[in-house]
Design a protein around this ligand. Sequence first.
Ligand code: ZN
Length: 119
Amino acid sequence: MAKYSSKINKIRTFALSLVFLGFIVMYLGIFFKEKPILMTIFMLLGLLSIIASTVVYFWIGMLSTRTVQVICPSCQKPTKILGRVDICMHCNEPLTLDQKLEGKEFDEKYNSKKETSAK
Ligand SMILES: [Zn+2]
């Protein structure tokens, strides 16, 4: 069975990896000291990546205000649902706000009709 993580956690991981990517790219820029143009490009790319992660973090904040807090029926801990279906942050129990989807197997594609091929 495929392992899912809750969407907020996924986005947070993405933002964190952007920060690391930014630092790595900026670090690579040091190797091009003799070529100021290349170094500047690397530094700018790194900076852009870090700015993008800040935007993503801000976006998480925006999304968090739209989440619904529920008590997970499986582990009895409070968790947040984003979209029609999501999973518990603590025990990965699939959760839904849509009565029609209740009891059905968890599927990310219920949230979006376009991203059927996305894993
Ligand atoms: Zn749970």
